[in-house]
Design a protein around this ligand. Structure first.
Ligand code: ATP
Length: 453
């Protein structure tokens, strides 16, 4: 069978994101900063929607999870205990002619892929960003920007246990920035030097770890489906024994079919007792759990589902990107699921005529109490629809001159182009039902089909 390929052109997606205010290169007026990105007005909404959906699913809707927001700068011993100081590195080679640097484990031959020049011997390059704490810049004041959020949860295991009185199995969840001085970058926001993670550390009794590992694999896969990502664009890739990280007993990636091919969106690992044992050793504290049933102190095993906000955003955008023909004109659209779409509803008066403005503004003011809503009265209605389609707004509400008489407005659905006409009274409830997935042609009292699409 032929290997599946993404239909999305990354350059077109990057261009849309820039043009519409989703994502800009960082410090663009200075020529940008390699592999750093700024999320614009729509991008920040998309990211917040992703993070909120994750937080609701893994913290707020569960009894066995609590949240945490640990600081980015941590005691430097953290990174010795975790193995990052010694082992968090990539093998780096440099071209002797053009001086470009490469990861030797990603190269096919032994020449520079750019100029064919000779390469140096591989040297291990630590991916952690170093900085200094306090006014003196010496070895004693070195701290690192965290390369993952996970360690904040391990070092707070005892604090959380003592303050929440949770019993096993339970988990800690955290969303936050992480930094890696990646050697090879690129593919837009897939691999950044500054990015955001959404991580869970789920503490379980040894012996139940396999069952919980399988549970989280399924749970996390279903979460991506709930955001509208297509099933055929996701697959599990179990790690072989040889590629398992030093701390992992078992690991599986959730891969997504990006424009450059299948690649990791989230990693789920069974870390055993590695982290608590290491931190107990380095800190001199006892990081264990008293089991009421067996009357024994045990060291829990940890299941870690570790996801990236940026890679989730990229998967959602790739999955949503589409081009078609609408009303005889080509259009670009994002089929974003309403739960992640930055703007849920756009309010569009048919014309700029003053007679329409007060009613349109009144409707806008009402709807924006409930959702991120946009108001647009510039240019033709067709152009305005296209603009909303391109940024992925699921519904447009149009106010026309009839509306002043019949107190009704039209709702247009982005994907199908179908329209219904509904009473302004009850508009909020109608839109809520549609955003929750009700078919557009299920009509409220007094509503009618306006356009078949
Ligand atoms: P890769 O093999 O692609 O470098 P990784 O296995 O090092 O990734 P993990 O350490 O498992 O990644 O990190 C967990 C998650 O954090 C990843 O699945 C990804 O979503 C996100 N992530 C890691 N590194 C980056 C990065 N440089 N840019 C954006 N997201 C990242």
């Amino acid at each position: 069978m032929a290997e599946a390929k993404s239909k999305v052109d990354m350059e077109k997606l990057v261009s849309l994101c820039r043009r519409r205010g989703y994502i800009f290169p960082s410090s663009e007026i200075y020529g940008g900063l390699s592999s750093c990105w700024d999320y614009g007005p729509l991008g920040v909404e998309l990211k917040n929607n992703i993070k909120n959906a994750w937080w609701r699913a893994v913290v707020q809707r569960r009894d066995d999870m609590v949240g945490l927001d640990a600081s980015i700068l941590m005691h430097p011993q953290t990174w010795e205990a975790s193995g990052h100081v010694e082992g968090f590195s990539d093998p780096l080679v440099e071209c002797k002619s053009c001086h470009k640097r490469w990861r030797s484990d990603e190269l096919e031959g032994d020449e520079c892929p750019d100029c064919g020049g000779e390469l140096t011997e591989p040297k291990l390059f630590n991916l952690m960003f170093k900085t200094f704490i306090g006014p003196v810049e010496d070895e004693a004041s070195v701290v690192y920007l965290r390369p993952e959020t996970a360690q904040g949860m391990f070092v707070n295991f005892e604090n959380v246990l003592n303050t929440t009185r949770k019993r096993l199995p339970f988990g800690i969840a955290q969303i936050g920035k992480a930094f890696r001085n990646e050697v090879t970058t690129g593919n837009f926001i897939f691999r950044c030097r500054e990015f955001e993670q959404m991580e869970i550390e789920f503490f379980v009794k040894p012996g139940t770890d396999k069952q919980w590992f399988d549970y989280w694999l399924e749970e996390r896969l279903n979460w991506y489906l709930s955001l509208g990502i297509r099933k055929e664009h996701l697959k599990l890739r179990p790690h072989t024994k040889e590629e398992l990280a030093h701390y992992a007993r078992e690991c599986s990636d959730i891969n997504y079919l990006y424009p450059m091919g299948w690649a990791e969106l989230e990693g789920i690992a069974n870390r055993g007792d590695f982290d608590l044992v290491q931190h107990a050793k380095f800190s001199g504290k006892t990081l264990s759990y008293y089991d009421d049933e067996t009357k024994e102190h045990i060291i829990p095993y940890i299941i870690e589902p570790s996801a990236g906000v940026d890679r989730t955003a990229l998967s959602i955008l790739c999955d949503a990107y589409d081009e078609d023909v609408a009303d005889g004109e080509p259009r670009v659209l994002l089929h974003l699921h309403p739960s992640v779409a930055p703007i849920k509803v756009a309010v569009l008066p048919l014309s700029r005529k003053e007679t329409l403005t007060p009613l349109a503004k009144e409707i806008y003011d009402e709807l924006r109490k409930h959702w991120m809503t946009s108001y647009d009265e510039a240019q033709s209605i067709g152009r305005r629809y296209r603009r909303q389609d391109e940024i992925g707004t699921p519904f447009c509400v149009t106010i026309d001159f009839e509306s002043l008489e019949d107190k009704q407005v039209t709702i247009r659905e982005r994907d199908s182009l179908r329209q219904i006409r509904v009473p302004i009274e009850g508009l909020k409830a109608t839109l809520q039902a549609k955003l929750d997935g009700e078919d557009l042609f299920v009509l409220p009292d007094g509503g009618k089909i306006w356009k078949e699409g």
